[in-house]
Design a protein around this ligand. Structure first.
Ligand SMILES: [Zn+2]
Length: 369
């Protein structure tokens, strides 16, 4: 039996041009680009990019592209007359990648196996420079996500030059978590004498004054690696003099004169502090306490001596000034026996403050401007 063909189901062939001739087109407000391009030069590499895409993410590019064109030079209109950028081609390529890439490529950066760290650093650096605020935050968030994962972030980054660049970017953009993760890892590597860790820390710290505190900590960690504080309690002046002059010449190899002076000067200052800490540091006066001199001061002395005795008993004598202060702060979590308030809290707060003061003064000890 033959099926009847319903004439109504036949779809007529439409004449698009005829339809469109009667309906005016409306340009999409977000995605209709005037496809005009501009030619830029970074290093020796020419880039021809869409003005609209760059101007959209960066107020700086927006201003640059809205300036009236000089008819005589026609800058950016030909390979012979590109707009000059003082960036590396690698950095500029990364910025282009970020602006032109597809969602799967962007998504791949969230995973440790597929993230391109070098690219993220370039994007963060150029986004900061050219004020691509959203891109900058995204690149730094991506690096931060990687830093939060277990394992050494520095090991994942692989190259010291990259580590230094991330560290400086994190400082410039107040990324505290990133700074902390890198700094702890880096200082540890210096303190165990890992090759290149100290030298690279100096390169980064000397290039940016904002790294002053890190600069001081790097020198201190280097002194730890040299085991310069390992001598026993200096009981006589002669032993003391021996200690503060024991930065051996082979420890200073490869450093310039200024760096050598910093090591020697820092070692001298920290050795003096160590002497004070091996004896009992003076207890700060507390006007609110009436039994300070006859009660608190002797108890304080006993408490501090116990700190060293306890360490000796464990055969781990406290020799390094920073370690002594940290051990004291740890012990001061518990109340001091036989001291009544208000002095107990007052003294323990003083001990906790010592850690902060010590860390905050390291750059001074090494004469870092
Ligand atoms: Zn007191």
């Amino acid at each position: 039996m033959m099926m009847e063909v319903d004439n109504d189901t036949t779809i007529p062939v439409s004449d698009a041009s005829a339809v469109n001739a009667n309906i005016p087109y409306i340009r999409d407000k977000d995605y209709y680009f005037e496809d005009e391009s501009v030619i830029l030069l970074a290093g020796t590499r020419l880039f021809k990019i869409h003005r609209t895409l760059f101007a959209k993410g960066s107020p700086l590019f927006q201003t640059m592209f809205s300036l009236p064109q000089d008819a005589a030079t026609q800058e950016g209109q030909s390979d012979e007359r590109p707009i000059l950028f003082h960036d590396s081609p690698q950095d500029f390529r990364a910025l282009c990648w970020a602006l032109y890439s597809s969602p799967p490529e962007i998504l791949a950066q969230q995973y440790p196996d597929t993230v391109d760290i070098s690219k993220m650093i370039s994007i963060a650096a150029l986004s900061l420079k050219y004020d691509f605020r959203t891109l900058m935050n995204w690149a730094l968030d991506t690096l931060e996500l990687l830093a939060k994962r277990p394992g050494s972030f520095i090991a994942k980054v692989k190259l010291w030059s990259r580590v230094g660049r991330i560290y400086t970017l994190a400082k410039q953009c107040s990324r505290d978590l990133l700074l902390r993760r890198i700094e702890e890892d880096w200082l540890y590597r210096i303190s165990v004498g890992e090759p290149h860790a100290f030298r690279n820390a100096l390169i980064v710290a000397e290039s940016f004054p904002e790294h002053r505190a890190f600069h001081g900590k790097a020198y201190y960690s280097h002194l730890k690696a040299l085991k310069t504080f390992s001598s026993k309690a200096p009981e006589t002046d002669i032993r003391f003099i021996h200690e503060v002059t024991s930065v051996k010449n082979d420890h200073l190899q490869g450093l310039n004169d200024q760096q050598k002076t910093r090591i020697q000067r820092g070692f001298w200052s920290l050795s003096l502090i160590k002497i004070q800490l091996l004896r009992t540091p003076r207890l700060v006066d507390n006007p609110a306490c009436v039994t300070h001199a006859r009660g608190c001061v002797p108890t304080w002395r006993e408490w501090w001596e116990d700190l060293h005795n306890e360490a000796e008993c464990k055969e781990k004598p406290l020799e390094d000034p920073g370690e002594i202060i940290e051990a004291a702060a740890k012990k001061a979590i518990q109340p001091l026996k036989s001291i009544q308030s208000p002095c107990d809290a007052f003294i323990r707060a003083q001990v906790q403050k010592m850690v902060e003061d010590f860390s905050g003064s390291l750059a001074d000890y090494f004469m870092i401007p």
